[in-house]
Design a protein around this ligand. Structure first.
Ligand code: DHB
Length: 312
C-alpha cells in the first residue's frame, strides 16, 4: 500500500503529521513526533522572534463526547533561535516544516531572512492565521495585506515556502485568496487553521471554559471537519497544480483522513485528536486508512486524491 506524498523534492513516507501547535513546542515533543513510525514529517510550534509564555490559563479545553477543542494559547513558544537550533542539530530522514508566526510583518520578514541565510533545508510554513493574540487580526482575512507580505517575501526568499490559512466561509473569498496565492511560487498551502473566536460554555457554571479574551478561542476537532473539507476542496479546485495542499481540521478517524485526500489533500495534519489521544493516534489513523483503501480495492493514495464525486 502506497501511503506517500511529495512536495517539490521532499518525499513523505507517510501522509500524517502533527498540526502546528500540538506536540511540537519543545525539542522532546518534536522528537516524539519524528520518532513515530506513522508520521511523514513534523511541524514546529509557530515561532516568534523571542520566547513567549502565551496567554493566561486555562487556555485549552476539550468538549464532551470528543466534539472538539477550544484554545487560546497565545503563541507560547521557545523563540525562533530555539527551533533553529533544533533543526540544525537534528539528523532525520523526515522533512521538517519550520513554522513561523510573527506578531508583525517585520517579524515575519526578519525570521524569513534568517531562514534564507541559514543551512535549514526543510520546508517553511508562514502562519497567517493565528486567532489568539489579543489585538492582532488574522492576516489572511486581509487579502491586500496577504498579497503585500508575499510580494515582499518573494523578493528575497528562495526556499520552499507555504502558508497556513484560516478557514474561509464564502465562495468569493475562496476565489480571492486562491487568485492571490496563485501569483506566487508557493510550495504548499495548509488549510485550515482553527475556526477563530468560537465560544464554549460550561453548563454547570454558566461560565466560559477558557480565560483569555473572555472565553473566545480557536475551535478544532470533530466540529470543524466540514469546514476543513470545504476549504481543502475549494482551494484544490482553484490553486495551481504545483501548489500542494496540506489538509488540517477535524481528523479523528481514518475515514476523516480519507475524506481530506478525496478533497485533494497531499498531506494530512492532526491537531486536536493528537492532543486528546497522544502519539498513538498516528498508528491508529494510518491503519484505519489502509483498511478503507484495501476494502475499496485501492493500492495507492494517488487513486483517491482529489477524486471526490459530485451529484450530476
Ligand atoms: C496559536 C493558535 C493558532 O491557531 C495559531 O495558528 C498559532 C498560535 C496559539 O494560540 O498559540
Amino acid at each position: 500500500m502506497q501511503l506517500t506524498a511529495a512536495i517539490q523534492n521532499f518525499n513523505f513516507d507517510h501522509i500524517l503529521l502533527n498540526a502546528a501547535g500540538v506536540m511540537c513546542q519543545t525539542k522532546a515533543e518534536l522528537d516524539t513526533v519524528l520518532a513515530s513510525n506513522y508520521t511523514g514529517a513534523v511541524v514546529t510550534k509557530s515561532a516568534t522572534p523571542a520566547l513567549r509564555e502565551g496567554n493566561p490559563t486555562p487556555r485549552y479545553y476539550e468538549m464532551a463526547q470528543n466534539l472538539g477543542t477550544i484554545n487560546s494559547m497565545g503563541l507560547p513558544n521557545a523563540g525562533f533561535d530555539y527551533y533553529m537550533d533544533y533543526v540544525s542539530q537534528k539528523q532525520t530522514d523526515k522533512p521538517i516544516f519550520f513554522s513561523i508566526a510573527g506578531l508583525s510583518k517585520q517579524d515575519n520578514l526578519d525570521m524569513l531572512r534568517q531562514l534564507e541565510a541559514s543551512d535549514f533545508d526543510g520546508l517553511i510554513e508562514l502562519n497567517l492565521s493565528c486567532p489568539n493574540v489579543p489585538g492582532k487580526p488574522q492576516t489572511a482575512y486581509d487579502f491586500e495585506a496577504t498579497e503585500a507580505i508575499l510580494t515582499e517575501v518573494f523578493t528575497f526568499f528562495t526556499k520552499p515556502l507555504g502558508v497556513k490559512l484560516p478557514p474561509y466561509f464564502d465562495i468569493v473569498h475562496f476565489d480571492m485568496i486562491a487568485a492571490s496565492l496563485n501569483k506566487f511560487p508557493l510550495a504548499f498551502v495548509n488549510t485550515i487553521n482553527s475556526i477563530g473566536n468560537g465560544l464554549v460554555i460550561d453548563p454547570e457554571t454558566d461560565t466560559v471554559v477558557i480565560k483569555p479574551k473572555a472565553g473566545f478561542g480557536g475551535l478544532g476537532g470533530t466540529i470543524v471537519k466540514a469546514t476543513a473539507l470545504a476549504n481543502v476542496r475549494a482551494l484544490r479546485d482553484r490553486l495551481r497544480d504545483d501548489i500542494k495542499i496540506i489538509g488540517t481540521g477535524g481528523v479523528t478517524t481514518g475515514r476523516d483522513v480519507y475524506d481530506h485526500v478525496l478533497c485533494g489533500a497531499d498531506l494530512v495534519e492532526v491537531g486536536s485528536q493528537l492532543a486528546v489521544e497522544g502519539i498513538g493516534v498516528f498508528e491508529r489513523l494510518e491503519t484505519e486508512l489502509a483498511t478503507i483503501l484495501a476494502e475499496k480495492g485501492f493500492t495507492s493514495l494517488d487513486q483517491v486524491r482529489g477524486q471526490l464525486k459530485t451529484i450530476v
